[in-house]
Design a binder for this molecule. Structure first.
Ligand code: PEP
Length: 252
């Protein structure tokens, strides 16, 4: 049985004061809500303050990125151990914005996943095709390459700690959501890949979130799909009311 997860990626938004206000509102309204794993990912500068606001609630803290080294001469970077130190449980890795804007490769993403797991943190590993790749009929190849590259050298034990987020790039921040059927088709394909790379048990146990313009109006239909175990949410995670409605999605 896969527990649903709703994760908010706040991206490059919110001052410390704003982050405290939003996380405080979530903490108040979701203090006793344990049916769904709730995760929020503020900017690095707000992690410490938000950790304080959500302590003693079921809400978990995530970082939006990490660097695959523990310490050393890596100016401007933050290691998984430091994220653990500030109170993170999860780290978003391989978001399409970083793949595109910073040209992060599957091999680099794989290193981050391994170092994150070694530090005792849980990766939320993002994959997804661009519109051009989908229109060229390359979607399945792209997902296969990203999964095989990102999850290289991982064991079944590692997989128990990892969450996958399928985020078609054309649906992120565009208001254009994949249909329930399009999302289900991709998720089912990803689960099949996991079965081939690992075992049927791993494939059935791994949570696969959908991301791309998830909102209160479309969350229920997406969450009713067999292979959709939750959502990674950008825009709608920045407003307490919207995010709470996503967390409290209506079961089919
Ligand atoms: C995201 O950034 O991971 C995302 C899915 O954004 P949005 O919900 O705004 O499309």
């Amino acid at each position: 049985m896969r527990k649903p997860m709703i994760a908010g990626n706040w991206k490059l938004n919110k001052t410390i004061a704003e982050a405290k206000e939003l996380s405080g509102d979530l903490a108040k309204c979701l203090a006793n809500f344990t049916e769904v794993d709730i995760v929020i990912a503020p900017v690095f500068t707000a992690l410490s303050a938000v950790a304080e606001t959500i302590k003693d609630t079921p809400i978990k803290l995530a970082a939006q990125n990490c660097y695959p080294e523990e310490t050393g001469a890596f100016t401007g970077e933050v290691s998984p151990l430091m994220l653990k130190d500030v109170g993170c449980e999860y780290v978003i890795i391989g978001h399409s914005e970083r793949r595109q804007l910073l040209e992060e490769s599957d091999a680099f993403i794989n290193q981050k996943i391994i170092k994150t797991l070694e530090a005792g943190l849980k990766p939320i590993f993002c994959i997804g095709e661009t519109l051009q790749e989908r229109e060229n009929g390359e979607m399945l190849d792209v997902l296969t390459t990203q999964i095989k590259g990102g999850l290289a050298n991982l064991s079944a034990t590692h997989m128990a700690e990892l969450v996958i987020a399928y985020e078609p790039v054309w649906a992120i921040g565009t208001g254009q959501t994949a249909t329930d059927e399009q999302a289900q088709e991709a998720h089912s394909f990803i689960r099949g890949l996991l079965q081939g790379m690992f075992t049927k048990e791993v494939a059935l146990a791994t949570r696969i979130l959908y991301g791309g313009s998830v909102k209160p109006g479309n969350v229920d239909g997406l969450m009713a799909q067999d292979d959709i175990d939750g959502a990674l949410v950008g825009g709608a995670s920045l407003k307490a009311d919207d995010f709470i409605r996503l967390v409290r999605f209506e079961k089919a």
